[in-house]
Design a protein around this ligand. Sequence first.
Ligand code: ADP
Ligand code: MG
Length: 763
Amino acid sequence: MVKETIRVYARLKPLGRRQQAGIYSVDDEKSASSLEIIVPRDLADGFVNNKRESYKFKFQKIFDQEAKQDVVFDSIAKPVAECALAGYNGTIFAYGQTGSGKTFTITGGAERYSDRGIIPRTLSYIFDQLQKDNSKVYTTHVSYLEIYNECGYDLLDPRHEASRLEDLPKVTIMEDPDQNIHLKNLSLQQASNEEEALNLLFLGDTNRMIAETPMNQASTRSHCIFTIHISSKEPGSPTIRHSKLHLVDLAGSERVAKTGVGGHLLTEAKYINLSLHYLEQVIIALAEKNRSHIPYRNSMMTSVLRDSLGGNCMTTMIATLSLDKRNIEMIIQLKSEIQELKDELALVTGKQRTSQLSQEDLLQLDELIETFLEDSDPESTLDVGADMRKIKYCFTYLKLRQNHSKISDEKLLSHHISEEKETSKEAEKEELKKMKELLQQRDNEINILVNMLKNERKKAQDALFQLNAASAGSTSLKQSHCINVEESQNPSRFFSVKEAKDLSSSVHRLPFLSRMKEGKMSLGCQEAFEVFKQDHADSITIEDNKQLLKQRFAEAKCLGEKINEVRNRINHLKGEITQRHIRRAALAVSSPSEVLDALDPVEAKLRTQIEEEKKSYKTMFNRLKGLKVEIEHLQLLMEKAKMKLQKDFEVWWTEGGTNLQTQQEKTVLVSSLNTTMVYPQFVKSSQDLSANSFSETARANSNEDPSGKNSSIVFNNPTTKIRTSPSSSTSIPLTGDSQTDADILAFIKARQSILQKKGLGNK
Ligand code: ADP
Ligand code: MG
C-alpha cells in the first residue's frame, strides 16, 4: 500500500552571479519545511493597503539553491520509482513559471552529465533494480506525449518528419465501457535496457525541440508526459502486473499567477491555461477526505493521468521557483514612480487622471475642433490643454474628417486637371516619359535585388545540404571511434555500431535539411554559418562536451586495456593452479601418502591472488559501465546541441531571406502604383536585413575599416551611384533624408562586405 499519496516539494533555482535572491527564508522542521516570502508593503498594491507582507508555504521539503540533481532524485523520485517497481502507479509533476527550472528538474540540463534530471536517473535506477531481481520476468515500455491546446501528440514518432507539432501523430482519448482510458495513436516503444530507453527519450526531446519555432514557443504552453510502463510476471504464474510511472513537465504557470487580479481577468487567464486549473481541481479534490467525485474528465491531462493520481498511487509535485530580488525591487520602484507622477498630475490639473476620457470630455472636444475648423481666421488655435489623451483624440478626429472629404477632393482635382489639359499637354508628355523611365529603372533595381535574394537562398540550401553531409561524416568518425574502443576493451561489447548508427540518423532529421538536394556548399552560407556558430552559446557547450568526450573515451580505452590485463593475469594464475594440480597428481602417483593430504600453500596463495584480481576487475568493470552511460549521455547532449544550432541557423537564415523577399514583393507592388513610395519600403527591407542577417558582418566590417576607406561605395547626393563592384553598377537614388540614406548605405555596405568576404565582390 502507498502511505502518503500526495507529496509537494519546492525547489529554488540558483540565481546568476548578478542576481540577488528575493527576500525569503526556509524553515526546516522534522516532518515538513516552510518557505516564507517577504513582499514589501508598497509592492502589494497602490497607495493605501492592508495587504500581507509575508507569505508562508508549507512543503514536504524545500530544496534550496544549492541542491544538486542527485539529491533531488534520491528524495523525490526514488520512492516513486520504488512504488512503480512494486506495481503501483505514480506521477511526478514539475510545476512553476517558465524559466524556473521545470525541464531542468525533469529532463536535466543540456550541458553536463551531472545535470541529468529525474527521467534519465529514474530509468537508470529502474533498469538497475530489474537486473538485480531474477524472481520475475519484466517488460518495459516508454511513451512520450505532448499536450498542447488540449490536443495530444506522440513525441516518439520515428518517422523523423515533424517540423511542426501538427505533423506528429495526433493522440486521442477513448474510453471503454468499463471507463478505462485508452490513448489512440500514442506509441508504446519497448525499451529492454537503459540505453534503449535513453535513446527514446532523446528522440522525443528532439521532436519536441524541432516542433517548436520562435513563433510558437509550444514548450512553455504545453505539457509533456514521459511514461515508463513496467509489466512483471512470475514464472509459471498466469498473472501479469502492470504499473506506470508518469514524469510530467507542465506548461508554464505564469498566466494564472502573474495577473494578480480578480474577476474577469482572472477568469480569462484561467481559461488560457485551463488544463493547469483542472489539474489543480483534481489534486485538491484528491486531497480532500470523503470526496466521491473527482473531476478527471475536464481536461486531456487529467484524463490521461486518471489512474495514476491519488488513491493507491504516488503523486508528487515539485514546485520550481525563481526568486530574483531585482524583479521585486523594480516593481516597487516603478509602482512608486507611477504613483508620484499621478499625484503630480492631479495637483497640476486639479483632477484625478483616468486612462479614458469621459463622454463629456469627448463632446467638448468635438465642439472645440469644429469651431476651430470653421474659424476663417488663420491665426486661430486649437487649445485642448496639456493632455496627451485629448491631443491624440484631436488627431484621430481630424484624420477621419480628412478621409471623408478625400473623395470630393479628388473629384475637384481631376476637374482642375482637365481644365489645364490643353495648355499643358506637351509638359505632361514629357513628364510621362520621365515617369516611365523611372519605373523601368525601379524594375531593374528590383530584379537585381530579387536575383540577389534568389542566389542567397540557393546558397543557403546548398550550404545546409553540405552541412548535413558534413555532420554525417563526423558521425561516421564517431562510429569508428566507438569501434576502436569496443575492440580495445573487448571483455564486454560496449559500443555497438548499430547504436552509433541510430544516433547518427538523428542528424538527418531536420526537415529543412532533408529537403536539400545534392549540391556544393556555397561559400556565402558556409561563412554565415561560421559567423552564426561563433556567437551561438551552444557552440561552447558542444566544444566543452567534445573535450570531455575525448577524455572519457581515453579513460574508457585505458580502462578497457587494464581490464584486459587483469583478465590475462587471472587466466595466467588459473593456468598456474592447473599446472600445480597436474604436478601434484603426477607426484601422487609416485608417492601417494606425502602429497594428497597436505594442503598446498602455494595454491592457496594463488587463489587469494585470483580473488584480489577479480575484485579489481569488478571495480574497473563497474567504472567502465558508468563511463559508458556517461559517454552515451554526452553524445546525446552533443547531438541535441548540434541540432539546435542547425535549427537556430535555419530559422535565422530563412527569416532573413523571407523578410527581404516580402519587403521586395511589397516594393514591386507599390512601385508599379506609385514610384515615390519605393524608398521607405526599400529602406525598411534593408534595415531588416542589416539588423537580422548581416549585422555581424556589418559590425566586423566597421571594425576593420572604421573610415570606410576601402569601401568601393561612392556617395554623391542627391543622385548617388552606388557601385557594388567595378563591373556591375546599380544606381539607387536616395531619399534626401540623411538618416534613411545612411540606413540604405549601411545595408549596402554590409552586403558588400559579406560579398567581399565570400570572395564574390569582384566577380
Ligand atoms: P522551465 O522548464 O521551467 O521553463 P528550465 O528548466 O528550462 O525552465 O530552466 C531555465 C534555465 O535555468 C535553464 O538554462 C536551466 O539550465 C537553468 N536552471 C534551472 N534550474 C536550475 C538549477 N537547479 N541549477 C542550475 N541551472 C538551472
Ligand atoms: Mg521547460
